[in-house]
Design a protein around this ligand. Structure first.
Ligand code: ZN
Length: 692
């Protein structure tokens, strides 16, 4: 009994936040497994961190952790992409070994161990808290985690951009999980997304870093970490967890013509910060030996006293190695998405070789900015490094089709540009160095849109589409902008251009179908989508879009049959049941509708759209207390549901149903919607006063 209580207090104390620190801080017995905090900051260049030389004190918390722990000056990523890099960080295996080569079209395999599966099998409780869609549980990294928190709807953003979760919100969820009573050692992975494009830092960082918005995002991410790092760096004597902080990749910021990351593999995106804090297990200091991303997981396991699995590619960096390791890297996004030449390479010591139609060799000691390509001058070095590269397997990237909705969400992050088949031969014209301009132009469109300059975004997107008229991605980007700005007829015309160029692409077809349906052209939508749904491996999103078009055309039973078929592909998706309920309501079949919405809640009890649909039905029936209870759940899960509640109130008021309108508006004003609804709140108050 006493032992149990002591354990309880100890485990509660280890990670406790400063404000609620238990008074009797119990030191961990030496033989107890350490708690482990693993922090990955997306898109964080090493040189953007104060401890790595950045001026202006942008990262005080990371710097304090680095001062108390070990700072690795030479940490290398294996890829410049979020999902592949995290797969490598968590597994200690190269991308060709775990098989995840890009953000879209790959799943982390079910039979490869990760830090989570290994530590859980050793008695750890395991939790992950991620901040962006590329790490959604669907991509396979959730295995081994007791909790995998990837809900992103807490910070709504414009529909054209993908949802990400603010670092402070992610950290708050992690903090709550860490502070919950537990009796096992803890492995907690926290992923923050702030530095990822677009750069829109919150205040006070927007003003403090007015001339460098990227650095402002870095500062915001650092500040968000305070609740996790403060109790550790300020209470180091009594809390002895292992903390490992790194980045999945860096950011080019215009170097070599690349705006963001993913196409090239220069040090701007491969050189990452790495701080390891492990008091009593690793002497603090600065280490200049090379550590690769594949070495991070084995180092963590070694520090925690867990034996390394044999198939791991990396090695523990607990003690420095005297030899110089070879670091393999690849950047296959351009090849997989655009048909450009695939990029692979190796780094050994200060020499770095990039294999492309126009090969590149750099001496990083003399030329850290990789400006002088030595490939033609130093042919012996090229031959040596090329043969080193050839010792790594050239496992082809086995890509699967993404569901259209997944592809759309990744594209909103700037990650996907439509599938491209691999070729056997590439020429200098396929070298990404020759093609990076298109990438930059498309990025500029998103920048203009994010900055509120819609007309410049539109005209630039149109210019790119006309200049690259055979590129489906260019038309898709233009169409999405046109749709987002309310120009549905132009959007339909642009979607059609993309569809003609890539008739089998499910993402383009479903967006065209949805736009046609929205415009009332349901017959054309049905005609375009039907042929794409005949095969056994039809896309769920295309089937769903066809179902909604059929419902709008009045063929309700066909719509229901299609949604039932979609559910055979993805039975866990509550949205498909909400769609079915909506179609039943359109057909005026209220009981089947209610049953479908309730079935959605059995899949996900918090699913906001199911709650708001049940609220609308309760309001119709005059059950205002039930309606309010469901609205509360809906708005808690997705603040944009407030907009739906207000629209429902307006519809009821216009239909002369004053009691229903009143119930909705009273809920609306009393439950304090976000400040972006200030205008609607004022209107609601005025209506309530007026109709009293
Ligand atoms: Zn990333």
């Amino acid at each position: 009994m006493i032992v149990a209580v002591a354990l309880f207090v100890a485990s509660l104390t280890l990670f406790k936040s400063a404000s609620s620190r238990a008074p009797a801080a119990t030191p961990t017995p030496a033989n107890t497994r350490p708690d482990i905090l693993f922090v990955t900051i997306d898109t964080l260049r090493a040189d953007a961190v104060g401890a790595y030389g950045q001026q202006g004190n942008p990262t005080p918390w990371i710097d304090r952790l680095a001062a108390a722990g070990v700072r690795f000056t030479h940490a290398d990523a294996q890829t410049p992409l979020t999902l592949p890099s995290h797969a490598t960080l968590l597994s200690g295996r190269y991308p060709f070994a775990h098989g995840v080569r890009d953000n879209a079209g790959f799943r982390f395999p079910a039979d490869v161990d990760t830090l989570a599966t290994l530590l859980r099998s050793r008695g750890y409780r395991t939790g992950a808290f991620v901040s962006a869609f590329p790490l959604d549980a669907r991509f396979g990294l959730a295995r081994g985690f007791d909790v995998y928190d990837d809900r992103l709807s807490e910070s709504p953003r414009p529909a054209f951009l993908e949802q990400e979760r603010a670092g402070a919100a992610t950290v708050a969820r992690a903090r709550a999980w860490l502070d919950a009573p537990h009796d096992r050692p803890t492995f907690c992975w926290v992923h923050l997304y702030e530095p990822h494009f677009p750069y829109t830092p919150p205040e006070p960082y927007a003003s403090r870093f007015a001339d460098n918005a990227y650095e402002g995002e870095v500062a915001a991410a650092d500040a968000a970490l305070a609740p996790l790092l403060q109790p550790i760096v300020e209470n180091g004597a009594t809390t002895r967890p292992i903390v490992v902080l790194t980045a999945d990749h860096g950011e080019s910021l215009g170097e070599h013509g690349e705006s963001t990351h993913g196409i090239f593999a220069y040090e701007a995106t491969l050189h990452v910060p790495l701080v390891v804090y492990a008091p009593g297990r690793l002497d603090p200091g600065v280490r200049d030996d090379v550590i690769r991303q594949i070495d991070v997981a084995p180092t963590i396991l070694d520090l925690a006293g867990v034996p390394l699995p044999q198939e791991i590619d990396g090695r523990s960096a607990r003690t420095p190695h005297t030899d110089t390791p070879t670091s393999y890297f690849e950047a296959l996004s351009g090849a997989l998405n655009r048909g450009w030449a695939p990029l692979r390479g190796v780094r050994r010591g200060t020499l770095k070789f990039i294999e492309l139609p126009i090969p590149e060799l750099y001496d990083l000691a003399a030329d850290p900015g990789e400006r002088r390509n030595l490939a033609e001058a130093r042919t012996a070095d090229v031959a040596a490094l090329r043969s080193l590269l050839q010792s790594f397997p050239t496992t082809p990237a086995a890509r699967r089709a993404e569901r259209a909705d997944t592809a759309s969400r990744l594209q909103a992050l700037g990650y996907i540009g439509g599938a491209a088949a691999p070729r056997s031969h590439y020429t200098a014209a396929d070298d990404p160095k020759q093609l990076i301009g298109i990438d930059r132009d498309l990025q500029n469109v998103v920048s203009a849109y994010t900055a509120g300059d819609t007309s410049r975004a539109l005209s630039e997107a149109r210019r790119i589409a006309e200049a690259h008229a055979a590129m489906p991605l260019a038309w898709l980007e233009l169409a999405q902008l046109q749709r987002e700005t309310g120009d549905l007829p132009s959007a339909i015309a642009s979607f059609k251009r993309a569809h003609v160029l890539a008739p089998d692409n499910p993402q383009i077809a479903s967006m065209l179908g949805a736009s046609l349906t929205q415009h009332g052209d349901t017959r054309e939508a049905v005609a375009i989508l039907t042929p794409l749904t005949s095969s056994d491996d039809a896309d769920v999103e295309v089937i769903r879009t066809l179902a909604l078009a059929s419902a709008r055309a009045g063929t309700f039973d066909r719509a229901i049959a299609l949604l039932e078929r979609a559910r055979t592909f993805d039975s866990a998706d509550p949205q498909l049941l909400v769609d079915e309920g909506t179609v039943q309501l359109m057909a005026n079949r209220r009981e089947p509708a209610r049953a479908a919405f309730q079935a959605a809640l059995t899949r996900d009890p918090a699913f906001p759209r199911a709650h708001s649909s049940l609220a609308a039905m309760a309001l119709d029936d005059g059950r205002t207390a039930d309606a309010a209870a469901h609205w509360k759940e809906a708005a808690a899960g997705d603040p944009s549901e407030f907009g739906r509640i207000f629209a429902l109130a307006v519809a009821n008021a216009n239909a002369g149903r004053a009691p229903q309108a009143r119930a909705a508006l009273e809920f609306f004003v009393q439950s304090a919607p976000p400040s972006s609804y200030a205008g609607q709140i004022a209107q609601a108050r005025a209506w309530l006063d007026h109709s009293r």
